[in-house]
Design a protein around this ligand. Structure first.
Ligand code: C2O
Ligand code: CU
Ligand code: CU
Length: 464
């Protein structure tokens, strides 16, 4: 398995190209890449630094590059409004204020997001900070701190990617049938679900316990022991796996069964995984991990505590905005497979919400859809208050920017919209299933610095 190169410092040169790569035997596959032929480098940021990007679009089509999870000015966000025509150079810059964690970047051109992500355009971002530095955690990139971008693809008879929501071929970091050797100690896996539709219910083939240490936007208070985590598109977790004394053995990272895919109520079954699979045909073997010798200096213990997060209290919220998530049936203009937010397709010329700067808000995602939808919001990290009225599980109780809203669930989160006001340039919120997002399951908000506005007078300009 390949490990993406890293770029660090304060100036980052990213060249987006149409290219090709030998992925499976036979014909090469037409791909998109950033500084390479599939996917892009991992950008290493330090909290507190100002970072400058030189993004050059060498594609034969327009694109955008969105910094998923980064808190930054809307005009730097790289959403559907910051379009880069072929040949364009875009130079956003911002001060990194995010917590240490794993983030990513990807195209966000409206109606082209699925196609451009499938080509392979994107990359990881690792933020480092003093709190994380001080912990005894594995952090040697590619040695005991392994980035894993999970995604599936469907190839046609000529080995080209099909624009299809569900692939039948699993890839990790762009490698099919991946294998990697990790040392016999505590190892950190930084995992992104970079797929355009599938959620992966991840675990290990021997059902060993792993310890989740982050949720999208930073450290959890303490490691959460689990044997499965349902990771949905756009979501990231970092986990620790204890391989002390296991040199010479191996274990697989597996995506378990179908019943927990985005189509929670849809009864979809996974196609057969590409690997010979002892675990049943509905599971994907994602990555074969060989456990090699110890690599010094080795981390050998799971820390008891990580950080102390403080989240806004529900009582601090100035407003609750309800976003209905529905199947499209009967909605004007919606295709038969569309899903809607507040009964309305995305309109790039319409601002759905105006959020007063420094507002603390509760967003209530009320689904009556038959699908599960990974809801994502730009600009802010949020804290989940409740899922169907109950407190979220510990692994989802940190800072997040994607939450999988399962069929008929109601999820409430709280977030504070601070630092960057811009009455012109909006931020997006949307389903991170690219097919749904491209199909119009998206809305936009501006953060407006008009302190005289009474937040209560600013519910949805939209469609509740
Ligand atoms: Cu990862 Cu609006 O995107
Ligand atoms: Cu985003
Ligand atoms: Cu969706």
């Amino acid at each position: 398995m390949s490990i993406p190169d890293t770029l660090s410092g304060k100036v980052f040169n990213l060249n987006i190209r149409d290219t090709f790569q030998q992925i499976v035997a036979g014909n090469q596959t037409i791909t998109g890449g950033i500084n390479g032929s599939f996917w892009g480098p991992t950008l290493i940021f330090r909290k507190g630094d100002s970072v400058h990007m030189n993004v050059h679009n060498f594609l034969n089509d327009s694109t955008t590059l969105h910094w998923h999870g980064m808190h930054l000015p809307a005009v730097m966000d790289g959403g559907p409004h910051q379009v880069l025509p072929p040949g364009a150079l875009w130079q956003p810059y911002w001060k990194v204020t995010n917590n240490a964690g794993t983030y990513w970047y990807h195209p966000h051109l409206h109606e082209m997001t699925e196609a451009q992500i499938i080509k392979g355009i994107g990359g990881l971002i690792i933020v480092r900070d003093a709190i994380e530095d001080a912990l005894a955690l594995p952090r040697r990139y590619g040695v005991d701190d392994i980035p894993l971008v999970l995604t599936d693809r469907k190839f046609d008879a000529l080995n080209q990617f099909q624009i299809a929501p569900y692939g039948d071929t699993m890839m990790v970091n762009g490698t099919v049938r991946p294998e990697y050797t990790i040392p016999a100690q505590v190892v950190r896996l930084r995992i992104l679900d970079g797929a355009t539709e599938r959620s992966y219910n991840i675990g290990f083939s021997d059902n060993r316990t792993f310890y989740v240490i982050t949720s999208d936007d930073g450290l959890l208070d303490k490691p959460v022991p689990l044997t499965r985590y349902l990771l949905s598109p756009g979501e990231r977790i970092e986990l620790l796996v204890n391989c002390n004394g296991q040199s010479g053995t191996s274990v697989n990272l597996v995506a378990y069964n179908a019943a927990l895919t985005p189509q929670i109520a849809g009864g979809e079954s996974f196609p057969t995984g590409l690997f010979a699979n002892a675990l049943g045909h509905k599971d994907f073997n994602m990555l074969h991990l060989n456990i090699g010798p110890v690599s010094s200096p080795a981390v050998t213990a799971i820390p008891a505590a990580l950080t102390v997060n403080t989240f806004p209290a529900a009582s601090a919220a100035a407003v609750t905005r309800t976003i209905n998530i529905t199947d499209s049936a009967g909605a004007p203009g919606a295709g038969p497979l569309a899903f809607l937010l507040n009964h309305k397709l995305f309109d790039i010329n319409y601002i759905n919400y105006t959020v007063p700067l420094n507002n603390t808000e509760i967003w209530e995602l009320a689904s009556t859809s038959t699908f599960a939808h990974p809801f994502h919001i730009h600009d802010v990290a949020f804290n989940i208050l409740s899922i169907n009225g109950a407190a979220p599980p510990a692994e989802q109780a940190g800072w997040k920017d994607v939450v999988l809203v399962k069929a008929n669930q109601t999820v409430r989160f709280i977030a504070r919209f601070e630092d960057y006001a811009d009455a012109i340039h909006p931020f997006m919120y949307h389903c991170h299933i690219a097919l749904h997002e491209d199909g119009g399951m998206m809305g936009q908000f501006v953060v407006n610095n008009t302190s005289s506005i009474d937040p209560a007078s600013l519910p949805a300009k939209g469609y509740t």
